[in-house]
Design a binder for this molecule. Structure first.
Ligand code: SAM
Ligand code: SF4
Length: 463
């Protein structure tokens, strides 16, 4: 656990010199180069309280986000396959001691049904989520679930990338998971603060802090080169958590030459019979949450930041411009809920936590366009072997823009033609036109040609 140096992080948090405005201003200037920040510099930015300086921080994060990601926002939906769990995390409704939760593990047929629902909405990326249970979510079951999801094809629509958020595995387990053709392996440390971690995870395999902390090392050693880390904000001081999570990211980069592909920033939400979820010990207010996203964007400019439907729409809009690059939309957090919600299932009895955003994918897409963000359904990098350090090479040299913009536009065009409501179609087509105008040279020509191919009926156009 040497790379989460609690003493060093606490010393940074106590260091009065890191609260000086002049220093903070200099660091913001440096951050504009989009080359990342050290832990010390990140600590100084997390200390900013002054209103004007905060605005400057947010403005700089917006500039860097725009420089690296343009206006693109990648969309995905989670698919919960089981809420059975042997752990007892104090914040989660799936915890073993929650006897009121209706337990459900989807059959392969039901997984097919949920996937069909998402494909018909226009989704191309799924995040498979499961409670930890050898009996209910064995690797064999996860493998069959993934195969089933990839096999669903409806009128040219299909799931083209499946990311996975399941309990940590051994190196051999990760090798098997990789063989299923997954995109990113995600696992959140929840809290990097050891004492808090022990309190929050009283029993079950998850109580082993180090087994979880080294999950990404094992995944990378097993050849999964896109990994996603995260912390559940609200369990301990957000400044500590952000710096510890950055230590994790820097350490992976140093050891393997690949930092995390994504960082997730879930905030604790109320959950059924989950004692700490209703009154988070270190609740994070909206302004601090914006600061977390902005500092992460500047500290690790090339790492995707994922925001879930846990946040309310108004705040999500602000967070998009500060650095978020991927969002979930139209989500449900209980197994079977996509299809069953239409049959008025009492979802609260089965879901993991309450959602703050209940809008459909179509509404989120429309909203993104109106706010100037381009919804992207692109899955090209993973399928063109641009993962791990190859992806970073393209990202850092700026070449990724030549691929991302045309790919985002062609996949969005596909969405508009096949799935958008009449109301969204008009807004989205006008928006695409404006986005094309922003391009020039070969990228523009490429984008126009790819959109023409989609217009002519071709599907899954990417490079
Ligand atoms: N069971 C696996 C695990 O714990 O790693 C994977 C699935 S778990 C359902 C996915 C994530 O949900 C957890 O890592 C945690 O961060 C998040 N989560 C749990 N309870 C939550 C709550 N009350 N509010 C927000 N997020 C929560
Ligand atoms: Fe189980 Fe994961 Fe929920 Fe913990 S967070 S109770 S391990 S599903």
């Amino acid at each position: 656990m040497e790379f989460i140096n609690e003493d060093y992080i606490f010393s940074l948090l106590k260091d009065e010199s890191l609260k000086e405005k002049e220093l903070q201003k200099d660091i913001i200037q440096k951050a504009k180069e989009a080359k990342g920040l050290t832990l010390r510099e990140s600590a100084a930015l997390l200390n900013i309280e002054d209103k004007e300086l905060l605005e400057e921080l947010f403005y700089t994060a917006k500039e860097v986000k725009e420089k690296i990601y343009g206006s693109r926002l990648v969309l995905f939906a989670p698919l919960y396959v089981t809420n059975a769990c042997v752990n007892n995390c104090l914040y989660c409704a799936f915890r073993r001691d929650n006897k009121e939760l209706k337990r459900k593990t989807l059959s392969i047929e039901e997984i097919k049904g949920e996937t069909e629902f998402l494909v018909k909405q226009g989704h191309k990326r799924i995040l498979l989520v499961a409670g930890e249970s050898l009996k209910n979510s064995s690797l064999d079951y996860i493998g069959e679930a993934i195969r089933t999801m990839y096999e669903v094809h409806i009128n040219g629509g299909n799931i083209r990338r499946i990311n996975v958020n399941v309990a940590p595995l051994s190196i051999d387990g990760f090798k098997t998971l990789k063989s299923f053709g997954i995109g990113t392996y995600q696992c959140f440390q929840e809290t990097y603060h050891y004492e808090t971690y022990v309190k929050m995870h009283p029993d079950g395999p998850k109580k082993d802090f180090a087994w979880r902390l080294y999950a990404m090392d094992r995944a990378l050693q097993a050849g999964i080169d896109d990994v996603g880390i995260g912390a559940l904000f609200g369990l301990t001081d957000y400044k500590f958590e952000t710096l510890a999570m950055l230590s994790h990211a820097f350490n992976l980069d140093e050891k393997y030459g690949i930092g995390p592909h994504t960082i997730s920033v879930p905030r604790l939400e109320p959950a059924l019979n989950a004692p700490v979820s209703h009154k988070p010990p270190f609740a994070v207010d909206d302004l601090s949450f914006k600061k977390i996203v902005a500092v992460l964007r500047l500290a690790v400019p090339y790492t995707g930041i994922i925001l879930s439907t846990r946040e309310r729409p108004e705040l999500r809009r602000e967070l998009f411009s500060l650095g978020v690059s991927q969002i979930s939309a139209g989500s449900r957090t209980s197994p079977g809920a996509y299809r069953e919600s239409q049959e008025s299932l009492n979802e609260y009895e089965m879901q993991q936590f309450q959602l703050g955003d209940h809008r459909s994918l179509d509404e989120v897409v429309r909203d993104c366009c109106q706010l100037g963000f381009l919804p992207s359904f692109c899955t090209a990098c993973y399928r063109s072997q641009r993962t791990g350090d190859r992806f970073m090479e393209f990202a850092k040299s700026g070449t990724i823009h030549f691929m991302c913009s045309p790919n985002a536009l062609s996949t969005f065009k596909e969405y508009i033609i096949d799935y958008a409501s009449e109301e969204t179609k008009k807004i989205a087509n006008d928006f695409i036109q404006k986005e094309i105008e922003k391009l020039d040279g070969p990228t523009k020509t490429k984008a126009i040609k790819m959109i023409e191919r989609v217009d002519a009926g071709e599907r899954d156009v990417y490079f």
